[in-house]
Design a protein around this ligand. Structure first.
Ligand code: ACO
Length: 428
């Protein structure tokens, strides 16, 4: 017999089926709630208790610190796979064979140019524009240069749209940076790997070559893998909900970039370094800032600590902490800002306020540290996150369309004025 949940409202009982996922997560299926109960709905601001979809892409268990893409442990993928393999896995559901991977990479390379007119759009932005705003606008503008909408029933059309965005997005990310620092907008080198080529597109000077150290390529590859998907977070839910109106892939991703920009989401890695710099400017007193973070009357929060779903530890933070240590060692960096980071990390891990609330350093605490040590400017941190998250957004958009999900349209509980008489302006 299938399991059900009983809900009692004003003495009347209603029965709803329970849905169980492959990892034994249980949900109450309330699809018929409003019609069965004549209009009763649920209230769940921030959706902390709401499953918005069924998904076969990413499994995470915040209590136990588990993260898996398509059933593979994040620890294994970060150690043994590269970013492009992980992108393929997330989007298409299986790890690619050698031939599939070569084809995927070649198809991406074949699309790794953007229309020259895009440069004129970039010209119109002031240098001071935040690269996330530029990136979101440019991703949206790609639609104008690729106007045909994707027929989601055609595997070929879906595949072509996917390789196009995988190819052009790193170019746009690098160009958003180059515009900001006044470097000419040009291309990398298609004979390189995806990540190496991206680094070259970012850092190559017009009068010299750029050959990144292997430790840098490896650390960035790992960071992109760790950021590649995280099930129904704020930006991914945005991508799915925008796409649910049958808006196209590129424009849905553009909306996801906007959602990722905020300091409580992807913007946290930038906020971490800005916070550390502010502490340094203020004399480096970490204890003072620990006290501010704990003071209920002070809005200050320790950026890079805490997570909506990981309430014990963030498995990505564990992996990337090791990477951060080896990059700092290899590059021989002794940076006062990074020393403040180490001090805060130690104090917070021993402080009852943080321990009791299960507030641990999250992936963005360490990603900010790595990006800074690689010489990536702070306002580029969140675009780097977007580059990593791209395959996840694509995979989730594709899944949502293939499952023919209905348009996203939450309900509300209205708490405003009830009907009142209109007063002409002279009587107000
Ligand atoms: N510093 C100080 N106190 C904190 C912090 C923090 N970073 N995070 C949470 N708390 C406290 C809250 O004040 C609250 O205390 P209370 O119970 O005494 O009222 C308690 O811990 C629970 O916090 P919530 O805000 O309810 O936790 P929630 O799950 O809603 O928020 C969030 C998670 C937004 C990540 C939060 O921890 C935060 O603001 N962290 C800093 C920003 C950050 O690092 N964001 C990156 C997230 S990771 C990512 O997007 C990839």
């Amino acid at each position: 017999m299938s399991k059900t949940a009983i809900l009692e409202i004003d003495g009347k009982k209603y029965e709803f089926p329970l849905v169980e996922g492959t990892e034994n997560e249980v949900a109450i299926d309330i699809k018929s709630l409003r019609s069965d109960t004549n209009g009763v709905t649920t209230l769940d601001p921030g959706y902390k208790n709401t499953g918005s979809c069924e998904s076969a892409i990413t499994f995470l268990n915040g209590e136990e610190g588990i993260l898996r893409y398509r059933g593979y442990a994040i620890e294994d993928l970060a150690e043994k796979a590269d970013f492009l393999e992980v992108a393929y896995l997330l989007i298409f559901g299986e790890l690619p064979t050698k031939d599939e991977l070569i084809k995927f990479h070649n198809d991406i390379k074949a699309q790794s140019h953007v229309d020259e007119d895009v440069k004129r759009i970039i010209d119109g932005f002031p240098k001071s524009a935040h690269p996330m705003g530029v990136l979101s606008s440019l991703t949206s503008a790609l639609v104008a240069f690729n106007p045909s909408s994707v027929n989601v029933d055609s595997e070929e059309e879906m595949y072509n749209a996917i390789v196009k965005i995988m190819a052009k997005f790193p170019v746009l990310t690098a160009w958003a940076y180059r515009k900001r620092v006044g470097l000419p907008l040009d291309y990398g080198d298609d004979s390189l790997g995806y990540v190496e080529n991206f680094l070259k597109m970012m850092f190559k000077k017009p009068n010299g070559d750029y050959i990144p150290k292997q430790v840098i390529v490896d650390a960035l590859d790992k960071l992109l893998i760790l950021h590649a998907d995280h099930e129904q977070n704020c930006s991914t839910s945005t991508v799915r909900i925008v796409g649910s109106s049958h808006a196209g892939l590129f424009v849905s991703i553009s909306a996801g970039i906007a959602a990722l920009w905020g300091p409580l989401h992807g913007g946290a890695n930038q906020a971490v370094i800005e916070m550390l710099e502010a502490i340094k400017e203020d004399g480096g007193d970490t204890k003072k800032y620990m006290a501010k973070a704990k003071d209920k009357d002070d809005p200050f929060r320790l950026m890079g600590f805490g997570h909506r779903v990981y309430k014990n530890f963030d498995p990505r933070a564990k992996i990337i902490k090791r990477s951060a240590d080896s990059v700092l060692d290899d590059l021989g960096i002794d940076d006062p800002v990074l020393n403040i980071a180490k001090g805060l990390e130690k104090e917070a891990l021993e402080d009852p306020y943080f321990v009791d609330r299960k507030l641990y350093p999250n992936v963005d605490f360490y990603s900010g540290i790595i990006y800074r040590s690689l010489g990536i400017p702070v306002e580029m941190f969140t675009p780097m996150f977007a580059l990593g998250r791209l395959p996840g957004w694509i995979a989730q958009w594709r899944e949502m369309r293939l499952r023919k999900e209905p348009i996203g349209r939450p309900r509300q509980i209205y708490i405003g004025e009830t009907l009142r008489d209109f007063k002409p302006v002279e009587k107000r």
